[in-house]
Design a protein around this ligand. Structure first.
Ligand SMILES: Cc1cc2nc3c(=O)[nH]c(=O)nc-3n(C[C@H](O)[C@H](O)[C@H](O)COP(=O)(O)O)c2cc1C
Length: 181
């Protein structure tokens, strides 16, 4: 096999050693994701909400999803003490909601409309999908804790999702190809 010429590298010489956190983040920024807010509520009524892009599908049967939470996140205590959480997939007009739940604050829910879900976990209005989960597993993941959720209830709303790439929010500009023709 011949050597592949890599043009226009954003990070020069990155292939010569394992990435440091800052450049690792820049490389990962080349992978667009949606944006979610994961919400939870303890039995005592303490609510948590965290903006998360590490959400992904894991299994269709059983229906499993996963995401990861930084060990340094203050909300970790809430997620460690509840067996339920909800994934709110944000709509393209909810960049402000994403920023609000990405900042540490006394009341992260201030001004955000929510409705109680099947399990009582707050669901964010205006999201394009809600997935209500029970905690299936918690696993160590370096400086994060991995949460695997079993999806108990799920709904999708016909709106366009928010997109995150290279540290910025954006909009989806249209389908290149359809799954079914
Ligand atoms: C677009 C975006 C995606 C993020 N994804 C994650 C993630 O997957 N996991 C994580 O722990 N923090 C993630 N964060 C950072 C958290 O939202 C942020 O640290 C937040 O303050 C944590 O909530 P807490 O302070 O209530 O614990 C993300 C932030 C943004 C803006």
């Amino acid at each position: 096999m011949g050597s592949v010429q890599l043009m226009n590298r954003i990070i020069p010489d990155a292939l010569t050693s394992a990435p440091q956190p800052a450049e690792f983040r820049r490389v990962l920024g080349q992978y667009p994701t949606g944006v979610t807010v994961i919400t939870a509520q303890t039995a005592a009524g303490v609510r948590a909400g965290v903006t998360v892009s590490s959400f992904n599908t894991l299994s269709l049967d059983p229906p499993l999803i996963l995401w990861s939470l930084a060990l340094s996140a203050p909300s970790l205590e809430v997620f460690r003490h509840t067996e339920r959480f909800a994934v709110n997939i944000l709509g393209e007009d909810q960049g402000d909601v994403a920023l609000q739940f990405a900042r540490r604050a006394e009341d992260k829910f201030a001004g955000v409309e929510t409705v109680p879900g099947w399990s009582g976990v707050p669901l964010i209005a205006g999201a394009v999908a809600h997935l209500e989960c029970t905690v299936y597993r918690r696993d160590p993941g370096g400086d994060h804790e991995i949460y695997i959720g079993r999806v108990e209830r799920a709904e999708a709303i016909d709106r366009t999702p928010l997109v995150y790439m290279r540290g910025a929010f954006g909009k989806f500009s249209g389908m290149v190809a359809n799954e079914k023709k």
